[in-house]
Design a protein. Sequence first.
Length: 242
Amino acid sequence: MTAEERSRLELLDQIVRSNEGKVQTVVDRVRAELARNTEAVMAWEPIPLETFGRGLPPGIRSGWIFILRAGADTRPERHPNSHQRMMTLEGSGDMRTESEKDDLRIKSPRRLRPSAKKEEKGMMTESKKQEVRIKNEQKGIEWRSNFLISDPDASLERRWISIPPNTWHRPVVGKDAHWVVVSFHTVPAEELIEEKLDEAAGEMKRKKYLEKEEVKGKVKKLKALQHMRVDRMGRRQRSQGS
């Protein structure tokens, strides 16, 4: 880790700690969502950056709460358009990342002459798909374990991880408790892309976590809840003062 990156994580650490109450509001809501959806391996929600006040490091464009169910293994994924920085809030987990010498890439198909397109159609038979699948499984990814814990007195490296764009990572959670994390990305919530390998199809699947309108709705709801919380606190203080 470079000195610059460590300084960035230290700043994020201070900001998260100083806004624990606001963050916990989102954690509670995501936890309830995971409890409702018993088939899901995780639940998540973006956090308005205003939650953290001023002073976020340059380049931070979105914040998220993720809760991964106890025993979950969400399989390899990567974000081609964002640098991810993640901290454990509750529980613990192993955020495995690919070693530098290993990368799992699906090559784009070669360009064909128009006259050759018909000949190519249907060439990807089941046997070829199986060959691609087996090749990837045999190669695999050489994983480096990064065990992260929630002890506030632990070192920065035991609580935070920095994952550059296009880096394969794979969260694995123990069976005893859910893993609650806060994650910061360098793209807005509606632009965050996830890539996963579809082994059955022998190809890469790409999706966005949230659509733009969905993000706006969640952010608006969270802001309203925050305002309600501030109003209640104000009324309580006034009644105590009188």
